[in-house]
Structures are given as structure tokens and as C-alpha cells.
Design a protein around this ligand. Structure first.
Ligand code: RIB
Length: 332
């Protein structure tokens, strides 16, 4: 049987040999459309370039993939750093991509990473399910879920106790006299936003507090747009935000409306990204141990790859309340 060559892949996908090579080595960016054509041709022809073939012979490429929502959110940048440092120490290289909370992009990244024969995957999903990924797990792909668990799979994960985080914030606000709460949460299909919503509503069940809850997106822009458009915001003593980026957007929009934080209204975040302590006002928030999350998830994944973990393991880390200047005492 004739050996499939890079020329055959180029011919079938209708691109040049150098484009095929760029897609397979990742040496230079190639458009999504061309990348997809090349990957399709590689899969159809069963092409294995020599470096991949070499890796396949010894059973490992020593590369780990990481699909996450958005690397511009410092929360994920610090998780990635924790993962990368741990993996590097153990002889592995990390390749990551941002899905932008988009299921199609997430699946595209999954295809690209699989075509590079990753040994395992760290995964922070854009929604609450992903049938394509579930199929791959059934076929043997080793995956650790990070920050977000998805439905329908019994796999290892590393998360923070989101419910506890919301309760720490509410304890702090209530102890300081706040009685009405507006929750500007993140993306509604995500595990973390849902958990925080549940914790908030459980706490509001007593009927003692006026409250409203909204899902938006986990970004500065989402927080800014929400607070710019929300009338009567001063009917609330405090605004809880789904993460620190939302809180920055909310604070900026309030300041533009001439509403001062915390003098007229308290605002809280979630994550404690490093910039939060330098914001004006410095943000009261809940700290997630981001770097440690990346490290622990990588540790679990390597144990799975080396077959040293017999059952799925879930790690739930503790959040920590960080009180700064964006919250106040409402009554003396
Ligand atoms: O998508 C971003 C958010 O999800 C983070 O800021 C963090 O709070 C996580 O749960």
C-alpha cells in the first residue's frame, strides 16, 4: 500500500504543502477554514507526519491540551501558569486555546488538539454539556475538568466551593448592615454561575432581604452594560458580581452615573485576580486559589495518564473572603 504523504494531504485539502505543515506543527497561524480542511484531509487519509508517528510508536506525545473560555481573563491566565509550571517540571508541554464561550469553537479546538495526539486534556467548558467530548472520554481520552464540571460524566475535577464563596460575601455584607442585594452573575449555562446563583437564592429564601438576580456574561463589558442600563440601582444596598471583571465594569458604569462606591452602594467580586487590590476602590471579593487549581488539575491528569488513579477524583478547594474598600458599613 502506498504511504500517504504530505503532498496527498495538500492535494485533498486544496492548500499548499507549507500550509499543511503550518497546521500540523503550529509554527505559524492559519485561518480556521484552512485548518479545518487540513484536519479533515489528515483524518480521511490517516496521515501521520514523522514526529507524530514517532510519538505514536512510543505511545505518548508528552503534550497536554487545555480548552478554556478566555485567556484574557487573568483568572484563567493564572490557572494556565499553575498547570504549565507543574507539567513542565514533569516533562510535558501545555497547548491551550480560548473557546470564547462558544460551543463550535470549543469543538474545533478539541479536534485540533486531538489531531496533535495530546496525552490528556484539561477542560473548562463553555456550557453545561458537550456530547462530543463525552464520546471521546468514553473512547479513552483522559480529561480533568477545571472550575466547571459538565453533566453526564464521571470524571476527575478541581473546583472551588462556589456556594461557600457566595455565603462568605453575604455574611460580610449582612454583618455590615446590608439588607438588599442585586446579583449580576456570569454566563447562565456555566457550572460556576449556576452554583453561585443557587447559593444566593438559598440564602434569600428567608424572605428577609429584598433581592434580584440576573445572568449576564463573565466580562468587564457585561458588567458595564448591565449597570449602565439598570435603573433604580440605588434601591439596593449591595451589588454582588459574578466575578471581578464584572465588578470592574459595574463600578465604572456607576461612577459615570455619579454613583460612588462604596459610599452609596457596596460592590463585590469573585476570584481575586491580582489587579483587584489595585482597583479604585480596591475590590472586596472572594479569592480562588487559581495557580493551585492549575497545579492540582495537572497532577490529577498525570496520575490518570500513568494509570495511577483507579477512580475519578474530585477536589473542592476553599475560597477565602478578602475585604477591601468597595464595601462599607451601612448603619452605625
Ligand atoms: O469565565 C470566567 C469565570 O468563571 C471566572 O472569572 C471564574 O469566576 C469562573 O468561575
Amino acid at each position: 500500500m502506498k504511504k500517504v504523504s504530505i503532498k496527498d494531504v495538500a492535494k485533498l485539502s486544496g492548500v499548499s504543502i507549507s500550509t499543511v505543515s503550518r497546521v500540523l506543527t503550529g509554527s505559524a497561524p492559519v485561518s480556521k477554514e484552512l485548518t479545518e480542511k487540513v484536519i479533515k484531509a489528515v483524518q480521511e487519509l490517516g496521515y501521520s507526519p514523522s514526529s507524530i508517528a514517532r510519538s505514536l510508536r512510543n505511545g505518548a506525545t508528552k503534550t497536554i491540551g487545555f480548552i478554556l473560555p478566555d485567556i484574557t481573563n487573568p483568572f484563567f491566565a493564572h490557572i494556565v501558569r499553575g498547570a504549565e509550571d507543574y507539567l513542565r517540571k514533569h516533562g510535558y508541554t501545555l497547548i491551550f486555546g480560548s473557546s470564547d464561550q462558544d460551543k463550535n469553537e470549543e469543538n474545533h479546538l478539541l479536534d485540533v488538539l486531538l489531531s496533535k495526539h495530546i496525552d490528556g486534556l484539561l477542560f473548562t467548558g463553555s456550557g453545561d454539556s458537550n456530547p462530543k467530548l463525552l464520546r471521546k472520554i468514553e473512547q479513552g481520552l483522559k480529561v480533568v475538568f477545571l472550575d466547571r464540571i459538565i453533566r453526564g460524566v464521571n470524571s476527575s475535577y478541581v473546583i472551588v466551593d462556589n456556594k461557600k464563596g457566595i455565603n462568605l460575601l453575604l455574611d460580610h455584607l449582612i454583618e455590615n448592615g446590608h439588607e438588599s442585594f442585586l446579583f449580576v452573575n456570569g454566563d447562565k449555562n456555566t457550572f460556576s454561575a449556576k452554583q453561585r446563583h443557587v447559593a444566593f437564592m438559598e440564602r434569600m429564601k428567608s424572605g428577609k432581604y429584598k433581592h434580584e438576580h440576573y445572568f449576564t456574561g463573565f466580562s468587564y463589558r457585561a458588567g458595564y452594560n448591565f449597570a449602565s442600563q439598570f435603573d433604580d440601582i440605588l434601591e439596593f444596598d449591595a451589588i454582588l458580581c459574578g466575578n471581578d471583571l464584572i465588578a470592574f465594569g459595574v463600578i465604572d458604569a456607576l461612577e459615570e452615573k455619579g454613583i460612588h462606591v462604596p459610599e452609596q452602594i457596596s460592590v463585590t467580586g469573585f476570584d481575586d485576580i491580582p489587579f483587584s487590590k489595585h482597583y479604585k476602590p480596591a475590590l472586596t471579593t472572594v479569592r480562588q486559589p487559581m495557580y493551585e487549581m492549575g497545579q492540582k488539575a495537572s497532577e490529577l491528569l498525570l496520575l490518570m495518564i500513568k494509570e495511577q488513579l483507579s477512580t475519578a477524583e474530585g477536589i473542592i478547594l476553599d475560597p477565602e473572603l478578602v475585604v477591601r474598600e468597595s464595601t462599607r458599613r451601612t448603619k452605625i
